[in-house]
Design a protein. Sequence first.
Length: 160
Amino acid sequence: MLIGVLSDTHGDLSRMEACMAAMPDIELLLHAGDFYEDARKIGASSGLKVVAVTGNCDYMVKGPSEEMLVVGAKRVYVTHGHLYRVKRDLSLLVQRSRALGVDVTVFGHTHAPTVFRREGILFVNPGSPHSPRHAEASCAVLEITRSGAKARICSLRLPV
């Protein structure tokens, strides 16, 4: 299954549309917060199932701060990351992911895209299409198959 991954969209609908164009074959969309309402708008306009969490900028919105789902045989954890101080280091997020026994952790908050494995867990941060840090505007595609999980960052080619 191909899964689109977004975070830190901050209400930028045109860049969210660019992300959706960069991920044409996805069957599910994960949004790791900031802004939770953006995820609902994308779901309504695309018809995709969307799983979303709130972030630090979603203080006026009711929604979950964490979500857990099972895709195939893989357990996927979604959080914004601010509760685990991911801008400082990733140790608390790794610890939480290990305690939950997940295969994949999706997070945001840093606005910096990254994909890596630690302690057997795949970590995916799609970066930000709105206000990227140390990279181009981006999103990610997560692929889950019987044999495992992998992800790639999709850099957006946007007009200046």
